[in-house]
Write a protein of this length. Structure first.
Length: 564
């Protein structure tokens, strides 16, 4: 097959867009430099009614960089961010990179032992968090029992004015911080003149910026290595596909997604900075708060995940408030049901666009052109600079013809170079000619539109989060009554998918109910990994060679759903 046939989406590209457009890359902090140079006095962040201008944000970032360098942060030093959606994340993320270090993102949803594993695996030396009861106690324990050299603790309200009772409810209760030699305040980190030592970045493509943990295409979580070039190339791709929709220095972005997720990191923070947008930060999603924020502050851009748009559609204010300021709503993180897409566009008066990407592609992969009619089941066509092909599922070389199903493979400047300290996993995920095997099964039509139809692995997508059955299974196996367990993903009207466990008990073991199992798993699993259902059986399906088989369970659940 010739090259032009493989790039079959070229004829479908919008007339004003080039797939081979120039995609500038560089240091991540240059995005902030450019915004400050042109829009220094424009608000960068609105957090609970308090605004920071781009000049003020830049000053705080430089002071954070200086404070971090005084602690010993520089090239090769890894700094963890265990933070919700708040100004601290913007300041710390850019401050770490300014100091020459590498960011490691940590999810507040993770169980404590998962956090401990990531700290050791990523070689994290310092951790930044907040004095919230949901965050600080876990890290206070880990700073004593792990390789962490120090903990930096901020107050969620230190970058905002007085907090109302409703806002306090969103933030959650505070914890009492035990200040000692290993724990310092975020405020003290910033107590300097901002005169940090700059580290020139000669090769953005070779300089690690972020370790973003993921299960990859197979197995247990591991760190995807994202370089400065990966992050800035993804920003350039986003600007190329949104050039006519958004204007630099004019947009107001509503950010409710957690920044430790690659989708929010790229869309809500880095791309917003590149666009010199004003970002309205909210620690968590609340449908009424989102709707009133759009109405009151004339929000122009709202990125979300399908569960958020489902929640908005169910709220009566969606039809009552003025949402006409919206230029762009984007859904990512999980497949968007066509019915939800159409209903939201009708009710909100703003097209809800969808794309596909993953952690290893720095969130960009495909997009739906602004004026294109939605194609049911399709997630769009490749973004500029990225090439997608469908490879045979047997692992052989080549590219399949239009309509044939195979593994979706992607290459481009946004694609990770591999996994941290995992040459084996990198080799398994990459083809010889540099394409990433995504683990998704799909096909491409004659016009270059991509359709994702299945997954090659067992990973479950719950509200946009990757959930790995093996992690849940291992936790269930710790129950003394369990002999065997298989976990699969089942359809969930709100989460998209949710885990269900099929369990065989040990002979003579006392049975337990679902509530008892949930209580047993609560300290062992993250919130995003919680089971939706369980079923105890006398035996579980097996393959001819005796291994537990999930195919029969998946088929049963599909048949059950079809007849429900």
């Amino acid at each position: 097959m010739n090259a032009s046939a493989q790039l079959r989406w070229l004829d479908s590209y919008p007339h004003n867009m080039r797939w081979d457009a120039e995609l500038p890359t560089g240091p991540v902090w240059a995005l902030l430099d450019q915004a400050v140079a042109a829009f220094a006095e424009r608000p960068a962040i609105d957090f609970l009614g308090h605004k920071l201008t781009y000049r003020q944000l830049d000053d705080l970032v430089k002071r954070a960089a200086c404070g971090l360098q005084r602690l010993g942060v520089g090239p090769g030093v890894h700094v963890g961010l265990y933070l919700p959606n708040c100004p601290h994340y913007f300041i710390a993320f850019l401050g770490v990179l300014r100091a020459g270090g590498t960011v490691v993102n940590y999810s507040p949803l993770d169980a404590e032992r998962t956090l401990a594993h990531k700290i050791e695996d990523s070689q994290t030396d310092f951790m930044l968090t907040l004095d919230l009861a949901a965050l600080y106690p876990k890290m206070a324990g880990l700073v004593q029992s792990s390789r962490l050299q120090g903990l930096i603790v901020g107050q969620l309200t230190e970058f905002c004015g007085p907090v109302s009772a409703a806002q306090a409810g969103q933030l959650g209760p505070a914890a009492t911080v035990a200040w000692d030699a290993s724990t310092k305040s975020f405020a003290s980190l910033l107590e300097n003149d901002g005169n940090f030592v700059a580290h020139p970045l000669d090769d953005p493509a070779a300089t690690l910026a972020v370790l973003q943990y993921t299960g990859g295409t197979t197995g247990a979580p591991k760190g995807a290595m994202l370089t400065h070039a990966n992050l800035t190339a993804s920003c350039s791709q986003l600007q190329a596909i949104l050039d006519e929709s958004l204007q630099v220095g004019q947009e107001r972005v509503l950010a409710v997604l957690p920044p430790f997720h690659i989708y929010a990191l790229m869309i809500n923070m880095l791309f917003s900075i590149r666009m010199a947008a004003e970002v309205y930060l909210h620690p968590r999603f609340d449908a009424e708060t989102v709707l009133r924020e759009i109405h009151d502050n004339r929000i122009t851009t709202f990125p979300g995940v399908p569960t958020m748009f489902i929640g908005l559609l169910a709220h009566p204010l969606t039809a009552q408030l003025d949402l006409t300021s919206l230029k762009l709503c984007n859904s990512g993180g999980a497949p968007l049901p066509l019915e939800v897409q159409q209903r939201y566009s009708d009710v909100a008066g703003c097209a809800l666009r969808e794309g596909w990407g993953m952690t290893e592609t720095t969130t960009t992969g495909t997009f739906t052109p602004k004026d294109a009619e939605p194609r049911p089941g399709s997630c769009g066509m490749p973004v500029p600079g990225s090439t997608i092909r469908i490879a045979p599922l047997d692992g052989s070389a080549g590219s399949l013809a239009p309509g044939e199903r195979g593994e979706v493979c992607i290459a481009g400047p946004n694609v990770t170079a591999g996994y941290w300290k995992r040459a084996d996993a990198t080799a398994e995920a990459m083809t010889e000619d540099g394409f990433l095997r995504t683990g998704d099964v799909g096909y491409m039509d004659e016009q270059g539109w991509l359709y994702i139809v299945d997954r090659t692995k067992d990973m479950i997508l719950c509200s946009g989060y990757n959930v790995y059955p093996r992690v849940i299974e291992e936790a269930i196996y710790e129950h003394p009554a369990v002999e065997e367990v298989s976990v699969i993903g089942i359809d969930d009207i709100y989460r998209g998918q949710a885990p269900k466990a099929f369990i065989k008990l040990k002979a003579g073991a006392q049975p337990f109910d679902f509530a008892q199992l949930q209580a047993f798993l609560e300290p062992r699993l993250g919130k995003h990994e919680r089971l939706a259902a369980m079923e105890i059986r006398d035996a579980l399906p097996r393959t001819p060679v005796g291994k537990l088989s999930k195919k029969e369970l998946v088929d049963e659940e599909r048949a059950r759903a079809a007849t429900a």
